[in-house]
Design a protein around this ligand. Structure first.
Ligand code: B12
Length: 503
């Protein structure tokens, strides 16, 4: 086999034009390590950070064995398909492999697209290696587990590949990507994204994780985690690390071991992690102390709703009251927190919305600078809430193109009246920040000059009262604000720094 046929191109499409903060493409780096071990040359092209990615892609595919493209449900599919078409125009015979969350959950409709030849379902490391070997030696694909593919126009679905322990996979070859580009666009100076575990034992009805991981949870051993974080710091100059695990704090002894390792290495960084509020209540004094000494500074929680009825309905297995206790505890222990909330889930009443708004105000009183992300619910395929959404009138997209319009930037909740959506937007984008402005917003208003500042300060008490009494009739402040914006030619998003936000 000529050496040039050992090249595999992995492509990360733009997620959304709204994203300014770019994260390391962990999925592609995870795939690259095992491929390199098998002797393949891997090129990663990330359209989010590579200006001339079309030119680069055309050059790289000229002598490639295949191209792999990752896709989430939503906008990213649109950008992925643009590239698939380009590849097929340049080299029609080159196998295009789709992987990641969307193709894994919807392999058939993905393969029905003429520009996609093969889908790798779920964990991709071993499936892609085996697939590459089969393509290289021109063997039939029928015995490669975990893939779906087209054979003479017929879609074949091979059996699933059992989940493998990812401790057995090699470390991510970060040198294949432009780490500097990710560190420079991060929310915090030189913050790097890292995942020390995968999967989640819970099965919240709106979340896709259980669809792929079947409630399994796998974690890297603490020594490896610490060594990999050390590499991010010493080799690439990361100053902050964001552990984006779905369930970082399931095994508290593992967390303690990671903290001890970080303390021992004395890396001079700060770090943050995603946690479940209920886990915070299980932290003992020793863990709080270790978190403090290892310089953990921030906890991000998906609290979703302040209505216990909704939390039970989405099978969150958590108590709204526990979340308040957890946030209080976090602040008392000297850490910061942020949280994400979802509005418009199937079955949510206006009473539930009001409870969530009250809950958010209570959290804001606990910490005036806590960062919140508000989302309108997007039904993701394969989840229980998606099935309920279909019963409530959502039309399931039939083609990959249709799935590309299924994204947080568009409203996909036909059971929620458009007037209610407008009202929620008004509250979340305008009244909430008016009543509880964070420092960043205040600074922006000051920078706009005295007329805007005077207007803002005179409307603030009214905004606060409206939030306190949940009374939004005759919203003249909102009307004034909107007219003001027209005059000042500012975009409505000014107040909506965190809407739509990110997990
Ligand atoms: C980090 C992350 C992000 C980052 C960006 C990702 C990045 N730069 O890589 C940010 C913060 C930007 C983000 C944004 C969003 N995210 Co997100 N995110 C994640 C998270 C937590 C980790 C992804 C990751 O890197 N995993 C680690 C790697 C190693 O695993 P992996 O991605 O699964 O890849 C493996 C396989 O999938 C497969 N694979 C993946 N790609 C490919 C490609 C090929 C060719 C092959 C062969 C195999 C393959 O092999 C890999 C190795 O095993 C996941 C949850 C999770 N646990 O994965 C959610 C997740 C992917 N996000 C999700 C969602 C919904 C979003 C948002 C829409 C949320 C929102 N409300 O705004 C936004 C998207 C915004 C938009 N406008 O569309 C959903 C996706 C569901 C779906 N059906 O697509 C997930 C699964 C979370 C969930 N709870 O449901 N996200």
């Amino acid at each position: 086999m000529p050496p040039e046929m050992k090249k595999i191109v992995l492509f990360f499409p733009v997620i959304s034009p709204l994203h300014t903060e770019q994260n390391v493409p962990l999925s592609l780096l995870a795939l690259a390590g095992p491929l390199q071990q098998k002797g393949y040359t891997v090129r990663i092209i990330d359209a989010r950070v590579e200006r001339d990615y079309v030119k680069l892609l055309k050059e790289e595919i000229a002598d490639a064995l295949c191209v792999g493209i990752t896709m989430f449900t939503g906008d990213q599919i649109h950008y992925a398909l643009e590239v698939c078409r380009l590849i097929k125009a340049a080299r029609p015979e080159l196998p295009v492999i789709a992987g990641g969350w969307h193709p894994s959950i919807e392999p058939r409709s993905t393969l029905e697209h003429p520009a996609i030849d093969i889908v790798v379902r779920g964990q991709g490391e071993s499936s892609l290696c085996e697939l590459a070997e089969h393509l290289e030696t021109k063997q039939p694909l029928s015995d490669v587990r975990g893939i779906s593919y087209k054979e003479n126009g017929v879609i074949r679905e091979n059996p699933d590949r059992p989940l493998e322990d990812f401790n057995s996979f090699p470390p991510m070859p970060y040198e294949l990507v432009n780490m500097e580009a990710y560190l420079q666009t991060a929310r915090y100076p030189r913050e790097a994204l890292y995942m020390s575990s995968r999967g989640c034992p819970f099965s919240c009805s709106f979340c896709s994780i259980a669809v792929i991981y079947k409630r399994a949870w796998q974690a890297l051993n603490p020594e490896r985690v610490v060594a990999e974080v050390e590499q991010l710091v010493r080799k690439f100059g990361a100053l902050r690390v964001k552990f984006f695990d779905d369930c970082f704090t399931i095994d508290l002894n593992r967390v303690k071991a990671i903290c001890r390792g970080l303390i021992e290495k004395n890396l001079g960084i700060v770090w943050s992690c995603q946690v479940r509020a209920a886990d915070i209540l299980r932290f003992d004094d020793e863990l709080w102390q270790l978190l403090h000494e290892s310089r953990c500074v921030h906890f991000l929680m998906g609290l979703e709703s302040g209505s216990q009825r909704m939390l039970d309905k989405i099978a969150k297995h958590s108590k709204a009251s526990d979340a308040i206790v957890a946030c209080r505890l976090i602040k008392e222990r000297g850490f910061d927190f942020g949280s994400a909330f979802i509005f418009g889930l199937p079955g949510e009443s206006w009473g539930d919305v009001k409870q969530t708004l009250d809950f958010i105000c209570a959290l804001r009183r606990l910490d005036p600078e806590a960062a919140f992300s508000f989302f309108f619910y997007t039904p993701y395929p394969g989840t229980a809430s998606f099935d309920e959404a279909v019963k409530l009138g959502l039309r399931k997209p039939a083609t990959l193109e249709e799935w590309s319009r299924f994204t947080v930037t568009r409203i996909n909740i036909p059971w929620v009246d458009s007037r209610r959506i407008d009202k929620m937007r008004m509250i979340l984008r305008f009244y909430f920040p008016l009543a509880f402005p964070v420092k960043e917003l205040k600074a922006k208003i000051n920078a706009l000059g005295w007329p805007f500042k005077a207007m803002f300060n005179s409307l603030r008490p009214l905004g606060y009262l409206r939030m306190k009494f949940m009374c939004f009739c005759f919203p003249f402040e909102w009307w004034i604000y909107r007219s003001f914006l027209k005059i000042w030619q500012k975009r409505e998003e000014f107040f909506a720094k965190r809407l739509p936000g990110e997990f």
